[in-house]
Design a protein. Structure first.
Length: 309
């Protein structure tokens, strides 16, 4: 077995690690409230680049060079499960320095009870283990046990590959993944023969990412107003909406968001949403857009949250 080599990850720039910043003006552009002071607003993202691009962007855990602070005992990151057939991040806490390895092991362990209760699942076969991970020139070579390619059709195979790729590339020191099974390089994966003759990144699984991928806050996070929301999007003319409903089922916020790009190109967004919860407790963040065809609301994804007042 090879010696595991992974980047030491720090949390100072850790939006990408899924930290919810609740303070006013917490680094993201605030959505402009209407004259009446209601939470309805328009917000525009400011973070440049496409997904998996610049380090420290949405959905990226900061690398050691991002800060001069001492290495923390634990790092908050995310693993990627499936929700409605699309990738969905869930929070995990790992200990340095083997943070990427620990995140992948957490992914292989599968969703917890709360996440399963909110329909998060996995395409990775139970019993799959991580043999090693080595990072060189921003490419992670991930060696998994042979169990990883057992069973399933092409969609299942691509989904489980995407789960590993998105989890590994959450770390800013990793852009792409090269796969091995039981120490042997993989060029064709599974019975469906998914081609893996080169390192793969997030862009190779664009069809499995939701049109709006919320990277922060994450499922189960506790937030208070205003709520900072970050992630990536690929929607018509880069426009979509974010709605927050509170424990009473009332709309606490509903804002229009414009990502840095869209209509076939995934862009980023980083907005601070004014929010007025009528009741604290379980709430939901919903990403949706109005259909360009008939104006009907199209729900992209939902993120269960805990709202405080």
């Amino acid at each position: 077995m090879r010696i595991v080599s992974t980047p030491v990850v720090i949390t100072t720039a850790v939006l990408a690690a899924g930290t919810v910043l609740a303070a006013c003006g917490g680094g993201g552009p605030a959505a402009s409230p209407s004259a009446s002071g209601t939470p309805s607003a328009t917000a525009t993202g400011t973070t440049g680049g496409t997904s998996g691009g610049a380090t420290g962007g949405p959905g990226r855990t900061a690398s050691p060079s991002a800060t001069l602070s001492p290495t923390p005992r634990q790092v908050r990151t995310a693993v990627y499960f499936l929700h409605g057939g699309n990738l969905s991040p869930a929070p995990r806490t790992v200990a340095p320095p083997a943070t990427a390895a620990a995140a992948l092991r957490a992914l292989l362990a599968g969703p917890d009870g709360y996440e399963r209760g909110h329909r998060r699942g996995t395409a990775i076969p139970s019993g799959t283990t991580l043999r090693s991970i080595a990072v060189h020139d921003r490419i992670a070579t991930v060696d998994l046990s042979g169990r990883y390619d057992d069973g399933g059709g092409s969609l299942s195979m691509r989904s489980r590959l995407a789960q590993v790729v998105f989890t590994a590339t959450r770390f800013s020191g990793i852009d792409k993944v090269r796969f091995e099974l039981d120490g042997k390089p993989v060029t064709a994966f599974g019975g469906e023969g998914v081609v893996l003759n080169h390192p793969v990144g997030r862009a190779d699984f664009e069809d499995l990412a939701p049109a709006v991928l919320v990277e922060s806050p994450l499922i189960g996070d506790t937030v208070r107003a205003p709520v900072r929301v970050r992630g990536t999007a690929n929607t018509f003319e880069a426009v979509f909406r974010l709605r927050i409903t509170d424990a009473a089922g009332r709309v606490a916020a509903d804002v229009r968001v414009t990502a840095t790009s869209g209509t076939g190109t995934r862009g980023t967004f980083d907005v601070t949403v004014p929010c007025r919860a009528h009741r604290a407790g379980a709430g939901t963040l919903t990403a949706y857009f109005d259909s360009p065809k008939d104006g009907a609301e199209v729900t992209v994804d939902t993120v269960p949250l805990n709202l405080t007042r």
